[in-house]
Design a protein around this ligand. Structure first.
Ligand code: ZN
Length: 428
């Protein structure tokens, strides 16, 4: 538990820096850091952090041997050489305390039709206690919180007694390769904190994710003689219905899962993009559907992929054209494991203390039905990996917004966590 003097000093420092923190957040929300277009924001962050005295390592995914790692996911639609990662390290002399990685992703999902937003999606407008914009909550507010937590410690004229690596990564929304790249680059620490928008709860477990693409053929004929052709869009419907049945079975089985047994339908399936056909009066010759399916901790991505292949093969049965022309299933993004943060780690206890100091109540835990980057650190590299961050609304939807008071509280909670986990010493 941070002592009262430490807590008060950090609270005052967060308070004094909060206006700047909000400006910083608005600035980074205005960068349209969609997949493949993150470099300008990463350059901005690298400059900003270097200006604050961090040792900055900026590198692209092409500079890391991702292919050599079994957990790297296929990357389609983004150029590894343009996918920039930033690691800003603060090392204060000989480390005597525990080290820490603070990591946030700065890639954001597409904003969708701008007309459906009340406020323009890249305007970073502040209104009624929220800062609006695509990525404001997921997770640029978390990025601001972790950076300004470190600023608060510095404003107190302290330095963490262990090495701290602030990381901003890409590809969190599509493969996870950004986080993996920082590990392959060699960064390690005694704990990791990722301030995703968890509403001040600790993510006890998250599900895995697999992306796949269905490609279906058809026979194009004039719709006047549709019976002699084959409609690829209707065939895709058939496959989607088959996959829904598959997911229903998986969710039935999930009822006996150690962590997700009490969560209703934890495995989410989403046909997210559909393309197909060439003309309204011709039966479509082709259709493609990009899909996402979840998997529970304990199931491997390979098993989930096999399940998808089986479900598609099953759905084809009884359709003479599809039996003769089987749909293609390819895997082009996430092949992510689920992850459970086993209770009882020292890192979790220190975070719970920080949370209690700021909020005056116990930190709650949650089970997430989406993936996040903690899996690599926690499952593949053996570090305690905490996911805990501020509140937000409209994530992946319209009118996404970060809660400003929650940002303030989370900045302080992270500052307390750093001070306690690493220890602090006077700045020399
Ligand atoms: Zn996120």
């Amino acid at each position: 538990m941070p002592d009262a003097a430490t807590l008060n000093a950090l609270r005052a420092a967060v308070e004094a820096g909060f206006e700047e923190e909000l400006r910083f957040l608005a600035d980074i929300v205005r960068f349209q850091s969609l997949r493949g277009k993150e470099a300008p924001l990463q350059d901005h962050l690298a400059r900003w952090l270097a200006g604050r005295g961090y040792a900055v390592d900026r590198f692209s995914l092409a500079e890391v041997a991702l292919d050599s790692h079994p957990k790297a996911a296929p990357m389609e639609g983004a150029d590894p050489a343009q996918s920039i990662q930033v690691v800003a390290s603060r090392r204060c002399g000989e480390p005597s305390g525990r080290s820490l990685i603070l990591q946030g992703h700065i890639d954001v999902v597409p904003e969708g039709p701008a007309a459906m937003w009340t406020l323009a999606p890249w305007s970073a407008t502040v209104k009624d206690g929220f800062l609006y914009g695509r990525g404001a909550a997921d997770m640029k507010a978390g990025v601001a919180a972790m950076i300004f937590a470190m600023e608060a410690i510095r404003a107190c004229n302290w330095c963490p007694a262990g090495d701290v690596h602030l990381m901003t990564v890409t590809e969190e929304e599509s493969t996870g390769n950004g986080a993996l790249a920082t590990l392959l680059r060699g960064y390690r620490a005694d704990a990791v904190l990722i301030p995703e928008p968890t509403g001040h709860t600790l993510t006890r477990a998250h599900t895995g994710t697999v992306w796949f693409r269905l490609r279906v053929q058809g026979i194009p004929v004039h719709v006047a003689v549709a019976q002699s052709g084959s409609n690829a869009i209707m065939s895709a419907y058939r496959l989607i219905a088959g996959l829904e049945r598959h997911v229903a079975t998986l969710n039935q089985e999930a009822r006996s899962h150690r962590w997700y047994g009490e969560v209703a339908d934890p495995i989410k399936f989403n046909p997210g993009i559909i393309r197909g056909g060439d003309w309204a009066s011709s039966t479509p010759a082709w259709c493609e559907v990009d899909c996402r399916i979840g998997l529970l901790p304990g199931t491997t991505p390979a098993e989930a992929m096999e399940g998808v292949r089986r479900a598609v093969a099953e759905a084809v049965r009884g359709d003479r054209f599809l039996e003769a022309n089987p749909p293609e299933v390819t895997f082009h993004g996430f092949q992510a494991d689920g992850f459970v943060l086993e209770p009882g780690s020292e890192a979790e206890a220190v975070l719970a203390d920080a949370h209690r100091a700021v909020h005056g109540e116990e930190m709650a835990a949650r089970l997430s039905t989406a993936v996040n980057d903690t899996r690599y650190y926690g499952a593949d590299f053996g570090m305690p990996a905490l996911c805990y961050g501020p509140s937000g609304e409209g994530i992946h939807g319209f009118d996404e917004r970060a809660d400003i008071e929650s940002l303030r509280a989370t900045t302080l909670a992270i500052a307390c966590f750093v001070a306690d986990w690493c220890g602090v010493r006077p700045l020399s």
